[in-house]
Design a protein around this ligand. Structure first.
Ligand code: AHR
Length: 500
């Protein structure tokens, strides 16, 4: 038995919908094949974008998409990807498999994809190998509406109207693949580059995101905040609106990530331990940000997160293609609950990556497509988008098989949406035990209840031959009791309860 107390009278902050954001890089089969097949493909498409994939993504209401990388971003020269396709430069994708990148998916195609998805745009600029002028011209090309060299070029390339860039990243992983900079140097470079990320239309503000730390590099956060944060009146934009953080769950460490599908119970708990580490990272980086920015003007933007395992045997090691099991479903559910609970500071998060790469929500093979267990977790959590976080607390206990890998068995987050419906999402990572959850709800009655669940044996997954092994199923076991509700959350499951 565990106690959950929800105080419906204590509305905390808004949970930004962007917390359920996605990331797509020119890496492996994410963009090409996964999202974009070209107008002449036999795979049904609209302007080159796969219809099946776009429809599946719309169902989970993806709020924002980051592009074109990742490490690819700091070698991407945007002019290679505009204009007639036959004239676009063919380049080598040095980071990811050394394959030919024909630039057939570029700026216009990205905005077309986001139009079809109905999502916001997050463009990541090139600071590592690009000039200030190149970055500033890209922003002009995308967003300037009047007469100017870049707006004219856009018109000449078939798009008279400017687009809206909601978020712009100034470099990616500049401590590593984005130029191997130290934080003081990056902080100063950031100040300079961001100056020329001009906002040409005050009705279309661009939120500028600085490159943040790798995992637990707290010095990076300290030095970049010191160099580049400028406090200003809330209605004005300072130098930065967001600072990123990258943290991947590789259970056996970078050198020994382990198989995505063949793992034992010890590895399961080790993965969960690494997942829970996200909370410590948010709290410690957040405490540093608080010193400089106590009003929380700058969002923490966790724009790369998720599992990173060994690639599927027989696939290109540079393509980072991995399967997705119930283990990934738990990793997703726990992380999303952690982000919600810290959504006073965490303003966006982008799972890596959307299709066919790392912890993908969708896998494709030719014309076939499967929705992964992670997809189904996003499907259940979508009700938290832009809802108000409610104060909640849950009793947990440490579970696991080894002393160094003990983890809290349960996680939760609770919100209320604009129609007044309360949404509880909960995970149970324990592989052997179900838990009865005695829930007290202060400040409101539970009139109508519905619930759904993703559950299964830890290795269960969806394959092209068996695409519906793990899906969202109705969950009947929630009973009303005096002052709240009671239910039993099964072992190895992610649950969503809606209370009216
Ligand atoms: O998501 C794969 C890679 O991981 C990204 O390109 C990079 O930013 C990170 O190291």
């Amino acid at each position: 038995m565990a106690k959950l107390v929800i105080n419906a009278n204590r509305k905390l902050n808004k949970i930004n919908k962007e917390i359920q954001g996605h990331f797509s890089e020119h890496l492996g089969r994410c963009i090409y094949e996964g999202l974009y097949v070209g107008e002449n493909s036999e795979i049904p498409n609209v302007n080159g974008m796969r219809t099946d994939v776009v429809e599946a993504l719309k169902k989970i209401r993806i709020p924002v998409l980051r592009w074109p990388g990742g490490c690819f971003a700091d070698e991407y020269h945007w002019k290679d990807g505009v204009g007639p396709k036959e004239n676009r430069k063919k380049i080598i994708n040095t980071h990811w498999g050394g394959v030919v990148e024909d630039n057939s998916f570029g700026t216009h195609e990205f905005f077309e994809l986001c139009r079809q998805l109905g999502c916001e745009t997050y463009v990541n600029g090139n600071m590592g190998s690009g000039t200030v002028q190149e970055m500033s011209e890209w922003v002009e090309y995308m967003t300037f509406e009047g007469v100017s060299p870049m707006a004219d070029l856009r018109t000449q390339n078939g798009h008279k109207e400017s687009w809206k860039v909601d978020f712009f990243g100034v470099g990616n992983e500049n401590w590593g693949c984005g130029g191997n900079m130290n934080p003081e140097f990056y902080g100063n470079m950031y100040r300079r580059y961001q100056t020329y990320v001009r906002c040409y239309d005050s009705d279309k503000p661009i939120q500028k995101i600085a490159c943040g730390a790798n995992v637990d590099d707290y010095e990076w956060t300290e030095e970049v905040m010191k160099a580049a944060f400028r406090r200003c009146a809330p209605q004005l934009h300072g130098f930065m609106d967001g600072l990123s953080l990258h943290y991947y769950t590789h259970p056996g460490g970078w050198e020994n990530k382990g198989s995505a599908t063949d793992f034992d119970e010890k590895m399961w708990y080790q993965t969960m331990k690494k997942t829970w580490y996200m909370e410590e990272l948010i709290e410690r980086h957040g405490a540093i940000m608080d010193k400089y920015d106590p009003d929380k003007q700058v969002g923490m933007i966790i724009d790369e997160w998720g599992t990173w395992f060994d690639v599927e045997p027989g696939t290109n090691p540079g393509f980072l293609y991995q399967q997705n099991t119930m283990r990934d479903a738990l990793v997703a559910g726990i992380n999303l609950n952690i982000f919600n609970k810290h959504s006073d500071r965490v303003k966006m998060a982008n799972i890596a990556q959307m299709v066919n790469v790392l912890q993908a929500v969708i896998l494709t093979e030719g014309e076939k497509m499967v929705k992964t267990p992670t997809y189904h977790v996003f499907d259940m959590y979508q009700y938290h988008q832009d809802a108000q976080l409610l104060d909640s607390s849950l009793e947990t206990e440490q579970v696991g098989l080894e002393d160094h890998n003990m983890v809290p068995n349960l996680s939760e987050s609770v919100s209320v949406d604009e129609d007044g419906v309360m949404h509880i999402t909960m995970t149970n990572l324990d592989l052997s035990n179900d838990y009865t959850i005695d829930t007290t709800i202060l400040g409101r009655k539970a009139e109508e209840i519905s619930a759904e669940i993703v559950t299964g044996e830890m290795h269960e997954m969806n394959t092209f031959d068996n695409p519906e092994q793990v899906v969202v199923k109705p969950f009947e076991g929630v009973e009303k009791v005096h002052g709240g509700i009671r239910f039993v959350i099964p072992a190895c499951s992610v649950l969503h309860i809606a209370v009216k």
